[in-house]
Design a protein around this ligand. Structure first.
Ligand SMILES: Nc1ncnc2c1ncn2[C@@H]1O[C@H](COP(=O)(O)OP(=O)(O)OP(=O)(O)O)[C@@H](O)[C@H]1O
Ligand SMILES: [Mg+2]
Length: 237
């Protein structure tokens, strides 16, 4: 069986046009294979290039070089480094959930609607979407008084829990998690672990970035460490 994801020789370099030809390396020479149903954890120091890899997969960044072969529902095996924007929109809607390190707040959309929207885009009826959205917000213990508020004033942990609910509610085939437990208390971390394990049981494959190694080791199948923009290891957790 083909792997779900096969990253081959991925490079991302940023060209800083304001600084006469200056270049910053995001990541270089990355190789990674993720099997269906597997969860890989990535660790490494700040600035090593961890988020850059996830952003290349989700195509927030266009890779400078290399291939990201992905076994998609809509198009079969497709190179995400070369996919068109339209293909990426469909793959994001149908296949991939992404919890970014810093939540992008949609202006004037309530917390509840932020989650409902994802399901409606995926073809779920509005009534069903509202029920499922409420249930996952409850799971992540987001206070009901916040459901009809705008998230721009939420605390860091509230924003993160909302972001997790948004990415996980559609039970994606493939989930990218960029520090999903940063700034959470132990009760919230436990609800994140429960949801991760639940999704895993249902077949979701995941790549997660973690600073909290103790937490990571309770959920991943394999660990990689990043140094100088390269991935090392592949240790079974
Ligand atoms: N849009 C960008 N433009 C220019 N440089 C960038 C951009 N995004 C990332 N970089 C640079 O690429 C390098 C890797 O950044 P990245 O965000 O991937 O690190 P990280 O490993 O996720 O770090 P952290 O643990 O702090 O989140 C850094 O030197 C960063 O400054
Ligand atoms: Mg990062």
């Amino acid at each position: 069986m083909n792997p779900l994801l096969h990253i081959h020789n991925l490079h991302k370099t940023f060209h800083m046009h304001h600084f006469a030809g200056k270049q910053i390396v995001g990541c270089s020479g990355i190789h990674l294979e993720l099997d269906h149903g597997q969860f890989i954890g990535i660790t490494g120091k700040s600035g090593a290039g961890k988020s850059t890899i996830l952003k290349c997969i989700y195509r927030t960044y266009i890779p400078t070089q290399g291939h990201i072969w992905y076994d998609s529902d809509s198009f079969g095996i497709i190179d995400l480094a070369q996919a068109t924007d339209r293909q990426m929109i469909e793959i994001r809607q149908k296949d991939i959930g992404y919890v970014s390190q810093f939540l992008k707040i949609l202006p004037r959309v309530t917390a509840l609607d932020t989650v409902v929207e994802v399901l409606v885009e995926a073809g779920v009826s509005v009534n069903e979407a509202r029920a499922e959205a409420k249930s996952i917000l409850k799971h992540f213990q987001l206070s009901e008084s916040l459901w009809d508020a705008y998230p721009n004033t939420f605390s860091g942990g509230e924003k993160l829990r909302l972001n997790l609910a948004r990415a996980m509610v559609k039970r994606p085939k493939f989930l990218l998690l960029d520090e999903p437990t940063a700034s959470l208390d132990n009760a919230s971390k436990a609800s994140v672990r429960d949801m991760i394990l639940d999704l895993k049981r249902q077949g979701t494959s995941m790549i997660g970035i973690f600073h909290d190694l103790d937490f990571m080791e309770t959920v991943v199948d394999q660990e990689f460490n990043m140094k100088n923009g390269l991935l090392h290891g592949g240790v079974k957790a």
